[in-house]
Design a protein around this ligand. Structure first.
Ligand code: NAI
Length: 411
């Protein structure tokens, strides 16, 4: 008798285009699992509430029952959610990440043949971004211009800490940027571990440590420390390169780097964030796994997503590698301008599902979906975001695109 492996997965369809892309995607997920496992594995989808739909039904943007369901299942998948305007929760996504301490935002960025891109050689971009998800200016510690606390903070800075360079102390808002050694190291650890497991060549620490020495600069040094202390056999850092260069000269350092590469070690280097945004346009092939702080990661993810064809096709996951909690999500917003029109591309959510299946170890289902998407894109059978930029494309609605993928993966 064969036992059926059933996995309960809570899902939030999401607002705006969420419902459409979820419907199309769920059908594809189920079809891929049936095809891959012939009924031996199955997902029991459990809808949970969050966002506008939840607010309309329960008066709450993020009900406790939703968090309980994610706690119980450990993983969940979601579409985009409307950010509430004014009062209460600032952003449901940020709240979910903080409540479940999902410290790594993981975004693979690769090019699919056939996708319209603004760069000449988009296929050279193949990176995985690890963005720190719980610290930095996203901690939400901000004080407004007219808040009496702002005056208190400014007085404290000026009188107790001898700060003299607040340019306009009477009319400033103040924000605080906490970045810790612990928070940085758990993120960089996850990135290096991923790079080693996946046979990736390098991990680049992207930071703005030239200006923010004790926060962004800290991230860089603590990152190097993780590599040197926890992965000394499997990595070679550019900090070690510099040390060898200082003591034994450039030639010896270059030889050590070459030997490390030949031995298949992961090279750990660092780049200042503004330079990095230039580098990814000029030499994307030089970068592989990227580990970065929260705000830098926000900019970098969108820039890289645009390079390979935009947010309609960029997946993401928020993961706590210690507890195992993970939420897989479409990275775009609710797209209110096209909601309900069948124009949305479900690929971002579909590829987030691929990440989820990989996380579960259901690689066969993941591969079936990826190759169906690859085939559809090469054949120019696409949703309106791509069809409008391609000659001779076949325009499909969101639902038709999903159905077409099911036909392809059953071939
Ligand atoms: P957006 O990502 O919803 O839309 C930006 C542009 O991209 C629009 O022109 C939209 O039509 C297009 N687009 C987005 N997803 C698409 C898809 N799957 N296929 C084809 N085209 C797509 O960003 P916007 O307009 O800034 O935000 C709208 C709402 O979404 C806001 O309430 C915002 O707070 C929320 N939001 C939620 C996110 C999440 O839940 N992860 C992320 C970003 C925004």
């Amino acid at each position: 008798m064969t036992t059926i492996e059933e996995k309960i997965i809570p899902y939030i369809p999401g607002d705006g285009v969420g419902q459409e892309i979820w419907q199309a995607s769920q059908n594809v997920f189920d079809a891929a699992i049936t095809k891959a496992y012939n009924g031996e594995k199955k997902i029991v989808w459990q809808e949970i509430l969050a966002g506008e739909k939840s607010f309309n039904e329960t008066g709450e943007w993020l009900p406790e029952a939703t968090l309980d369901a994610i706690h119980a299942a450990k993983i969940a998948i979601k579409g985009p959610l409307t950010t509430p305007v004014g009062g209460g929760i600032r952003s449901i996504n940020v709240t979910l990440r903080q409540k479940l301490d999902l410290f790594a935002c993981v975004r693979p960025v690769r090019y699919f043949d056939g996708v319209p891109s603004p760069v000449k050689e988009p296929e050279k971009t193949d990176m995985v971004i690890f963005r720190e998800n719980t610290e930095d200016v996203y901690a939400g510690i901000e004080f407004a211009i007219d808040d009496p606390k702002t005056k208190k903070i400014i007085d404290f800075l000026q009188n107790e800490l001898d700060v003299t360079n607040i340019r306009f102390p009477e009319t400033s808002g103040i924000g605080i940027k906490p970045i810790s050694k612990e928070g940085s190291q758990r993120l960089v650890y996850a990135a290096i571990e991923y790079a080693i497991k996946q046979g990736r060549k390098s991990v680049t620490l992207v930071h703005k440590g030239n200006i923010m020495k004790f926060t962004e600069g800290g991230f860089k040094s603590w990152g190097y420390e993780v590599a040197e202390n926890s992965f000394s056999d499997a990595t070679f850092t550019m900090r070690q390169f510099d040390d060898i260069k200082a003591t034994d000269g450039l030639k010896t350092a270059q030889n050590a780097l070459k030997a490390a590469k030949e031995a298949g070690k992961v090279i750990i280097n660092d780049v200042i964030a503004d330079n990095f945004l230039q580098q990814i346009l000029l030499y994307p092939e030089r970068y592989d796994v990227v580990a970065t702080t929260n705000l830098n990661g926000d900019y970098i993810s969108d820039a890289l997503a645009a390079q390979v064809g935009g947010i309609g096709i960029s997946p993401g996951a928020n993961i706590n590698y210690h507890t195992g909690y993970a939420i897989f999500e479409a990275t775009h917003g609710t797209a209110p301008d096209i909601a309900g029109l069948g124009k949305a591309n479900p690929s971002s959510l579909l590829l987030s599902g691929v990440m989820m299946f990989e996380y579960l170890g259901w690689q066969e289902a993941a591969d079936l979906i990826t190759s169906a998407i690859e085939t559809a894109l090469i054949n120019k059978q696409v949703t309106s975001d791509f069809a409008s930029q391609l000659n001779d494309a076949t325009l499909l609605t969101t639902q038709e695109f999903g159905d077409h993928l099911i036909t392809l993966l059953n071939k």
